[in-house]
Design a protein. Structure first.
Length: 176
C-alpha cells in the first residue's frame, strides 16, 4: 500500500472518530433510571392517605394518547408514584421517581407486595401485573389498569372482575 493511501485512510479514520464524538456530544440524553426513596407513611400527602377508593373503570386500561416524540423537557421531568405494602398508605412505603413513558419493573422489596398506590398530581400511570422483562407495561384488559391521583388507597377492596384482584399483584408501571 502506498504512503498516500495510508495517509488517506488514517485521515479518514480520524475524521470518522471526530464526527462520532461530535454526534455523541450533541445527542439528547435518554431517560434516566428510576429513583426510589423509602418514606414513612406520614410523609405521604394527606389527600392520598384520606382518599376513598375510586370506582373501577373497566375501560381504563390504556394511557391517554400522546405524541410519539418525547421532548427534551419531557425527558428531564420526573414523575412520582407512592407505593405501600399495606392498605391506606401504611406499612413500608416507597416513592418512585422516573422519566415519563419509562416502564419500571418494581424493586423486589415491593414487587407483588403493593396494597396501596398513588401517583403524584401531575402523573397518569399504567400499572401491570407483568414484569417489565416479560412484557410489563403493556396495555390490556386482563393485566393492566390506569389511575391518577389520588390513586387507590386499598387494593384489597378494588378491582374487576372481583375486588382484590390487584392487591399484592403489581409488578411494573409506566407514567406520563
Amino acid at each position: 500500500m502506498s504512503t498516500k493511501m495510508i495517509l488517506f485512510l488514517t485521515y479518514t479514520a480520524l475524521l470518522c472518530l471526530r464526527f462520532a464524538s461530535l454526534v455523541q456530544a450533541a445527542a439528547i440524553p435518554g431517560p434516566s433510571q428510576v429513583e426510589i426513596r423509602e418514606v414513612s407513611p406520614d410523609q405521604i400527602p394527606l389527600r392520598l392517605r384520606t382518599a376513598k377508593n375510586p370506582a373501577f373503570d373497566v375501560l381504563a386500561y390504556k394511557l391517554p394518547e400522546v405524541s410519539s416524540r418525547i421532548s427534551v423537557t419531557d425527558q428531564h421531568r420526573r414523575l412520582g408514584v407512592y407505593i405501600c405494602r399495606d392498605p391506606f398508605f401504611s406499612g413500608r412505603c416507597f416513592h418512585f421517581f422516573t422519566s415519563p413513558h419509562t416502564c419500571i419493573q418494581l424493586d423486589p422489596e415491593i414487587n407483588d407486595q403493593a396494597s396501596s398506590i398513588g401517583p403524584d398530581d401531575n402523573a397518569v400511570c399504567l400499572f401491570s401485573m407483568v414484569y417489565h422483562s416479560f412484557g410489563g407495561c403493556r396495555e390490556g384488559r386482563q393485566n393492566s389498569f390506569v389511575i391518577s391521583t389520588p390513586g387507590v388507597p386499598d387494593l384489597r377492596e378494588w378491582g374487576y372482575p372481583e375486588n382484590g384482584i390487584w392487591n399484592k399483584d403489581i409488578s411494573s408501571y409506566r407514567c406520563q
